[in-house]
Every structure is written in C-alpha cells, then in structure tokens.
Write a protein that binds this ligand. Sequence first.
Ligand code: NAD
Length: 262
Amino acid sequence: MTDLNGKTAIVTGSTSGIGLGLARGFASAGANVVLNGFGDAAEIEAARRELDALGAGRVIYDGADMTKPDQIEAMVNSAVAEFGAVDIVVNNAGVQTVSPIEEFPKDRWDMIIDINMNSAFHVVRAAVPGMKARGWGRILNIASAHGLVASPFKSAYVTAKHGVVGLTKTVALEVAENGITCNAICPGYVLTPLVEKQIPDTAKARGMTEDEVKRDVLLAAQWTKKFVTVEQLAGVALFLCSDVAENITGVALPVDGGWTAA
Ligand code: NAD
C-alpha cells in the first residue's frame, strides 16, 4: 500500500461521495488531509473525526467555495501554514445539471464551469510553486468518462470535464521535470448523491422510469454492468501517488467498466 506519511493532501468536494472516499484513502495511508465541501456542519465534523482517527496524519476542514478563486487560494495557503506543505491536490468538487441545451439555465452553466473546471485551474496555480520548490507533487483531477465522450443533456458538464482533461495534459508537460505528475481519473457511474440526484431529471428528459434510467442509461454504457465504487477510485488515486507511478503523467485514465473502449 502507498505510504503517505508526512505528506499533505487537499481533496476538494470531499464532504460527500467520491471525494470523501478519496480522503478516507489518503488518511488511511497516513497523509494529512484537508477536507473541503458543503454540507451539515455536524456531519462534516463527524466525518473529519472519523478520518482523523484512521492514520498518522491530521485531518482538517476548509469550507472554501470552489466558485471563489480568492477562497481557493486561501485554502491552499492555510494548508501550507497548517502542515508546512501541500504535496497532493485532488480536484474533485463537481456538480451536474441535466437539461436540453435550449433550456439549459445560464446560471447553472456558469456554476458548472466554475466548480468542475475553473476551480482546478485555481488550485493547481496556487499549489504548483510549493511542489516545484520541494521537487515532488501529485495532481489528480477527477474528470469523468464525460471528459472523453459525450452524453446528451449534459452540455456544461461534458464541456467542463473535457476542459479538465486538457488542463491535465498541459500541466503535466509544464511540471514534468519537477517531480510532479498530473493525471485525470475518468470514472464511469458511481452511485453517489450526484448521480442519484440526476436520475429523476434524466427520467423526465427521456420519458423513462427511474429503474429504466439505471439499467438502460447509466449501466447501458458500462460493459461490466457494475457501478464503479469509491473504494476502487481511492485505490487508483493512491497508486497514482506512489513512486512506481512517477512516469505516469498527462493521462486521462478511464475507470469505467469499458464504457469508453466501445
Ligand atoms: P457528490 O455530489 O457526492 O459530491 C460533490 C462534492 O462537491 C460535495 O462534497 C459538495 O459539497 C462539493 N461541492 C459542490 N459545490 C461546491 C463548491 N462550490 N465548493 C466546494 N465544494 C463543492 O458528487 P460525486 O459523485 O462524489 O462527484 C465527485 C466528482 O466526481 C465530481 O467532479 C464528479 O463530476 C465526478 N464524477 C462523478 C461520477 C459519478 O458517477 N458519481 C462519475 C464521474 C465523475
């Protein structure tokens, strides 16, 4: 198992779903972890305590809003102040809206681009100087199978995720000689609140029942006929942070049950 003792990881959007699973993986591997995201304060504190008890590192919470560049920069700076460095960043915060393009709410377009794409730029921009100074870093962008292929009614999401894959490749080249890797993980469907919330909208948009959406829309593309799990994604993230992965960079790695192979 990857040993992250002495390392510090920021995971954006880690109060729920995939981010929380990744944060749990990093905490178990010994890293200090900065949790981030929205939600009920008592639930967030309970998650923070649970993760804090898992490994040698400490786990703190920062409520920075990923639509606010100054708050993102402050989150990176306060992590450095707290732990001395930021070695790993995981750009995971994300939201979704399912709507035909001609009815797509303009404010949701802007929000999705801000949270799912622009926040990754601001996190990386703030974290790279410290990584360069120490000659080691791992940047993980949680894109999506929708960073590689499209589905109808998800124009903002697909646009943002394709953008994140472009950012991943560009940053990988820029920092390649500094001991820093930058990779995107492209999951297929994971049963998290983000996916569960879009099932009713997809059912409405396609005139289907919710069970039909799960079987005929979500898992239709996943050849394994299984949802991806957060534990599997945490395992992939830890692998990409390990020393044997130092020559894996600029990759958009599908973890999608064969979806994008077809
Ligand atoms: P989720 O809804 O369970 O979690 C999203 C997280 O982002 C939460 O912690 C939420 O508080 C946080 N967040 C939302 N807006 C924020 C903001 N303005 N500032 C800070 N944090 C904010 O979703 P999830 O399914 O765990 O998704 C996590 C990431 O994985 C997203 O980028 C998503 O696009 C990607 N992804 C998910 C799936 C899937 O099937 N669930 C598949 C591929 C990619």
